[in-house]
Every structure is written in structure tokens, then in C-alpha cells.
Design a protein around this ligand. Structure first.
Ligand code: PFF
Length: 450
């Protein structure tokens, strides 16, 4: 072990590892995106396909990332340089760092919307407004020039403030508080939702599959979402894996994080759809589901604004524990490989991302007509991460763990006491064959070749 790896910061406890990694996975993807794409693709059948994707691709890819990171004790780019010196594999890490810039730029914008909505809910802005007016409030807000940028900058400052403090005293410390808080809030919202009169229709929508709704497009959307939701394909879990102590059982950790992420997505669906159905609103409205449909639902409920505040606090907290993990991918690289101090690395990375994010925000309003490849800037970044960077990064990571790394060194990281040989064999089979083939399909489809 070289000197620098001896001095590396690391997670201090098992709960800290789970809180931080689950904190990364659980985010806007679970609470904002999962419900609306489930709504668009028809409910329960989509969820079943999503669960299959999680098992066949999500889990093996997460474990691959953890093991690469822990073996190398390095950031996303440095890990490939160390494990595969003098080969082009380090480009996989570059895809990850590029994805971090791209994703956090738009993620910070949407997280900023959540912060504004905490205040809107607290001020009871939606009371007595018609659905059209509530839609107008959202449209007016995201397309205005300064307010969304103000919140995006505030959110990025908060993210940077946590990351600068380091792994144990920053990321782990805050995740350990914020994640239990998130769980309590979502359970309160779930209880409220399932006790609404007429909640059954919403639950049926979530849990009774109608297989006729499953199309090729739905399967690919499920697969793409599995990546985003589990924070995979861009080295986030490589970076976090490098901070996990050798004592921890990586397979068990990957299973726990995957289950936590999936459970929260389902709990978010349970908080949202019963209310949507109870108030006779269509479930398939798309991205506006939580910013337009839900305020409309809340304002019809007794004490709705209190539930509204709780809901948007939940979203902002979930977004924060994810955004710190995205920023950490860049900061770890800047600090370790470019030899910057952690503070300087964080400030530079956060500043660049904030500036790109400002253009994302403006592309919902003043710059909406400035299209690149036919898309507004923010949509272009979302397209690039969903269809290009994450699938490509994920593909190379599974190929690296499944084919490039020696079986013995993979085994050394993954095999812990009590792990049966059969489980290890299944992981290798998924990583070598199943995951890369399925990911290649998403990729080819995403770029329009399939
Ligand atoms: N998993 C996060 C979510 O579901 O919101 C988003 C995310 C975080 C994506 C970290 C990628 C990442 F590296």
C-alpha cells in the first residue's frame, strides 16, 4: 500500500457506509422520476420489469463498482489507472467524471425547484388555486430568469459545504442524520395517502400489473432508470467503494443499498398515487407530477400544506445526499490525481457545475429557443446522461470486472466469510454475460441504432 492510500479518508461505520451509499442512490430519481415514469408507462407491470432490471443489472453493476473502488483505493479515474496501467481503461473513469458534471448541472436545478416549493407550500401558495393555475405557477417559476438560479446556487453551496468537510466528517455525518429523517417523512406521507378515501385505486395502479402496457420502450426506460436510480455507470460507487473498509462484506452492502433504494421508490409511489387517484387526477402527466399534480392534491386535503412542506423537504433532503455523491466523484479525482487540496477541488468543481447549471436553468425560460441537436440545453444534458454516458460507463465497468480483472482478485474483494460459492458464481455470470448484453441493448437503442 502506498503512503497516500494509508492517509485516505474513509467511512467510519457500517451504518455510515449504508447511509451514504443509499443516500446517493435515493434521490430525485426515486421520488420525482420513478413515480412519473411509472405513471407514464402504466403502473404495476412497469414496476415488475424495473425490479427485474435491478436484479439482473443493478445489483451486479453496483457490486462491480464497489469492488473496483475498494481494490484500487482510488477515485473513478485513478482506479482504472491503478488496476489496468498503460491501457485505455482509464477512459471509463473519464466517462464517469464527465457524467458527474453533466448530471449535477441539471440535478442542482431540479433540487433548487424543490427548495422553492418548500417555501411555496409553507406560504400556502396553492390554496384555492385551480389545477391550471397551479400548472401556471410551476411554468412561470421554472421559466423565470433569476429565482430558479438563486435556488440552484443555494443548493450547490450546501452540497459543496458538506463535501468540503470530507468523507467521515462531511458525507457520512450528514447522511446518517438525513437518511433516517427521510424515512420518517416518507412513512408519514404514506400513512396519510393510504388512509385517504378512494386510495385503493392508486394502490391497484401500483400493484396490479396490466401486461398489455409493456412495450419495448417501457423496458428500456426501466433499464435506464435502474442505472440512474442506483447511481451506477459513472464511478460514484467506485469512489464510495474506495472509502469502504476491508472488513465490510461488499455483496451484502450492495444488496442492502439496492433494497433500500427500491423500497423508497415504492414508498414514494405509495405516497403519491393513492392521493392522485383519490382526487381523480390522471397519473400519466409526466415530469410535472410532483410539482403540479401533488400541490393540487395537497390543497384539497385537510392540513394539506403541512404535508406539502414535508413532501418538498423530503425531496430536497433526498436530492442533497445524492448531489454530494456526484460532486465527490469530481472532487476525489481533482484532489488525488490533480493534487489539489480538498477545499480547492470542491470549490472549483462546484463552481464549474453551477455555471453549467445556470445555462440549464435558463434553457427552461429565456434560452428555451436556443436548441442544440433539436433539444433545449437541459434536455440535451438529460439525454446525454441517460442514453450515452451512464450506459456506456456501466458497460465498460461490467466488462472490466467481468472480463479484465483476474477472477482471483475479484474473489478476494467479494468473497467474505459465509458467502456461498454459488452466489459468487451467479454474480460472475451476471457480470460477464447478462448485464453487458442488456446494457449494450439500452445503449444501442438510446442512440437510435436499435
Ligand atoms: N441516484 C440518484 C437519484 O436517484 O436521484 C441520482 C444519481 C446520484 C445519479 C449519483 C448518479 C449518481 F452518480
Amino acid at each position: 500500500m502506498d503512503k497516500s492510500s494509508l492517509q485516505r479518508d474513509s467511512f467510519g461505520s457500517k451504518f455510515g457506509v449504508i447511509a451514504a451509499a443509499a443516500g446517493s442512490a435515493i434521490g430525485l430519481g426515486n421520488i420525482w422520476k420513478f413515480p412519473y415514469i411509472t405513471g407514464v408507462y402504466g403502473g404495476a407491470a412497469f414496476i415488475v420489469v424495473y425490479l427485474i432490471c435491478i436484479v439482473l443489472i443493478g445489483f451486479p453493476l453496483m457490486l462491480s463498482e464497489f469492488l473496483i473502488g475498494r481494490k484500487a483505493q482510488k477515485n473513478a479515474i485513478g482506479a482504472f489507472k491503478k488496476l489496468a496501467p498503460n491501457t485505455p481503461w482509464f477512459l471509463t473513469g473519464w466517462i464517469g467524471v464527465a457524467a458527474a458534471f453533466v448530471i449535477l448541472s441539471f440535478y442542482g436545478v431540479v433540487a433548487g425547484w424543490c427548495m422553492e416549493y418548500i417555501f411555496k407550500a409553507a406560504a400556502n401558495t396553492f390554496a384555492g388555486q385551480s389545477p391550471d393555475q397551479i400548472g401556471g405557477i410551476f411554468g412561470g417559476f421554472i421559466s423565470s430568469a433569476s429565482k430558479p438560479i438563486f435556488w440552484q446556487i443555494a443548493f450547490m453551496a450546501l452540497t459543496a459545504w458538506i463535501v468540503v468537510a470530507g468523507i467521515k466528517d462531511g458525507i457520512e455525518k450528514y447522511s446518517k442524520v438525513l437518511m433516517p429523517m427521510l424515512l420518517v417523512i416518507i412513512i408519514i406521507l404514506d400513512i396519510r395517502a393510504i388512509t385517504l378515501p378512494g386510495a385503493e385505486d392508486g394502490l391497484a395502479f401500483l400493484f396490479k400489473p396490466d401486461w398489455s402496457k409493456i412495450t419495448g420502450e417501457a423496458v428500456l426506460a426501466a433499464l435506464g432508470h435502474a442505472f440512474f436510480s442506483l447511481s451506477l455507470g459513472m464511478g460514484t460507487m467506485i469512489t464510495y467503494g474506495s472509502y469502504i473498509s476491508k472488513k465490510e462484506n461488499l455483496g451484502e452492502t450492495a444488496i442492502q443499498v439496492t433494497i433500500a433504494d427500491t423500497s423508497i421508490a415504492l414508498l414514494a409511489g405509495i405516497a403519491i398515487f393513492p392521493a392522485v387517484f383519490a382526487f381523480g387526477i390522471e397519473p400519466n402527466v409526466g415530469p410535472g407530477l410532483v410539482f403540479v399534480t401533488l400541490p393540487n392534491v395537497f390543497q384539497q386535503m385537510p392540513y394539506g400544506h403541512v404535508f406539502g412542506i414535508l413532501f418538498f423537504v423530503l425531496l430536497a433532503v433526498a436530492a442533497l445526499t445524492s448531489s454530494i455523491s456526484i460532486l465527490e466523484v469530481v472532487v476525489a479525482y481533482f484532489a488525488e490525481d490533480l493534487k489539489m487540496s480538498r477545499k480547492k477541488a470542491t470549490i472549483i468543481a462546484a463552481l464549474i457545475i453551477t455555471v453549467i447549471g445556470i445555462f440549464c436553468s435558463l434553457s427552461n425560460g429565456p434560452l428555451a429557443e436556443a436548441k442544440l441537436f433539436g433539444l433545449a440545453f437541459m434536455d440535451l444534458l438529460i439525454w446525454c446522461s441517460d442514453n450515452l454516458l451512464l450506459p456506456l460507463g456501466g458497460l465498460f465497468i461490467t466488462l472490466f470486472a467481468g472480463w479484465y480483472m483476474k477472477r482471483s482478485s475479484v474473489e478476494e474483494e467479494v468473497k467474505a466469510e459465509g458467502v456461498k460459492a454459488g452466489y459468487f458464481g451467479a454474480f460472475i455470470f451476471l457480470t460477464k454475460f447478462v448485464a453487458p448484453i442488456l446494457i449494450a441493448l439500452v445503449f444501442l437503442n438510446g442512440i437510435g441504432l436499435l
